[in-house]
Structures are given as C-alpha cells and as structure tokens.
Write a protein that binds this ligand. Structure first.
Ligand code: HEM
Length: 208
C-alpha cells in the first residue's frame, strides 16, 4: 500500500482519472446540466486534447530539465488521452447516435468536424496498440516513425475543435497556440533554445 503511495506513476494515474470521477459524481448527483450528453461529450473531448498536449510536453520538459526519468510518464499520459478519446467516441456512438451504423457513417461523411475527429481517433488506435515495451523493441526505428503520428493527431484534434465551435474561437485558438509552441520545440531552433535555457538554468542552480 505504502509502496503504491510513494510511486509518482500511481499519483499520475489517479490524477488522470479525476475527470472521469468528476463525470461520475456529477452524473450521480444530477449535476450534468440540461444537456448531459453534450456535457459528457465536451468534457471527454477536452480531456482527450489536453492529454495529447500534456503527452507532447514531456519531451521539451525533459530537454529543459535534463531529467530523463520524465519519459516514464509519457506513455501513461498518451494512454489516458486514448482512454478519454474512447469515452468521447463511445458517448457519441451510444448516447448521440444510438449505435445506428448508417447514421454514424452518414454523419462522418457529412459533417467535416466529425470526419476530422474520427480520423484522429482511428489514428490513435495503432499508437495505443503499440505502446508496450515489447512492441517498441519489436518495431525498432519504425516505432518512432509510427508514433510521430501523434503530431498529426493533435493537429486534427485542434482542427476538429476549431471547426465545431460556432462563435467564440478563443479556447480552441489557445489549444492551437500551445500545440504550435510544442511543435516548435521539436524544430532545430526550438531544440537549441531549450538547450540554451537549460544551460542558463544549470548556471543559476548549481548542481549538488
Ligand atoms: C483525438 C480525437 C478527438 C479529439 C482530440 C476531440 C476533441 C474534442 C473537443 C476539444 C471538443 C469540444 C469540447 C468543448 O466544446 O469544450 C469535442 C467535441 C465534440 N466531438 Fe470530439 N474529439 C475527438 C474525436 C471525436 C470523434 C471520433 C467524434 C465522433 C465521431 C467526435 C465528436 C464530437 C462531438 C459530437 C462534439 C460536440 C460538438 C458540439 O458540442 O456541438 N470527436 N471534441
């Protein structure tokens, strides 16, 4: 028991489960508002995108801090994004479309924001399926190439959000801005900027 409490990964897993717990508590106490389906769809969509951005922030944070151990959390964050994407999709298929394959297929083709969201979800599946260490070893270099799809998935996620919002684009644009920043840290000048910031930081904080 104590070993679990001293494990940062267990704390992170608990933290990642909080949005689901919130939905369960609100659901049980009539707190999901006038349109519970919309509430659940929006909440799970928001946490999918937030999870993707958190997953993408691990590498720049590792470069900035020099802490290689941060990579341990990347897989868990990625899998939680997939978990919330699954809930988001199931909410849509079950509560919004009542498991009607014809209506779902029509919607995916007709409404561009659904097409984009669905594409992002489908692309997430191979990433989740190959997230184990065994798959990492088996695929070798191809694993990294495959997992670069996460950049496209996050871009599709932001596009999906921008497309579905009707009036105020502020929040999706903030997500887009954060994503642009995270992608910029992968470019050569971004990597150099992180290295420079780390050198400054190392000078300010003497190593023990
Ligand atoms: C990686 C995949 C996806 C991401 C990141 C994502 C993200 C989001 C976000 C951020 C929202 C808006 C939340 C808000 O208004 O606060 C949203 C809403 C929504 N998404 Fe997704 N989504 C994804 C996949 C899907 C899929 C596969 C479907 C269905 C096929 C879907 C259907 C919807 C619907 C119906 C809404 C609500 C639209 C409305 O309020 O009018 N999404 N999604």
């Amino acid at each position: 028991m104590w070993a679990v409490l001293r494990n940062p990964k267990a704390w992170l897993a608990l933290l990642c489960l909080l949005p689901l717990l919130r939905l369960i508590v609100l659901g049980a106490t009539d707190g999901l508002g006038a349109n519970p389906i919309e509430f659940i769809t929006r909440s799970t969509g928001t946490w999918t995108l937030t999870g993707l951005l958190l997953t993408l922030s691990v590498t720049p944070l590792r470069r900035l801090s020099g802490r290689a151990d941060l990579l341990r959390y990347r897989r868990m964050l990625g899998l939680f994004s997939f978990f919330y994407a699954g809930l988001h999709f199931v909410t849509y298929v079950w509560l919004d479309q009542f498991f009607d394959p014809a209506a779902i297929a029509k919607d995916i083709v007709k409404r561009p924001f659904i097409t984009v969201g669905f594409t992002a979800f489908v692309l997430l599946i191979p990433l989740a399926a190959t997230s184990t260490h065994a798959m990492m070893r088996r695929l070798g270099r191809r694993w990294q190439q495959l997992h670069r799809l996460v950049y496209l998935i996050a871009l599709l996620g932001v596009t999906h959000y921008l497309w579905l919002v009707k009036k105020d684009l502020t929040v999706p644009l903030i997500y887009g801005g954060v994503l642009a920043l995270l992608l910029a840290t992968r470019l050569p000048w971004g990597v150099n900027a992180l290295k420079a910031a780390r050198t400054v930081r190392a000078g300010l904080i003497p190593r023990e």
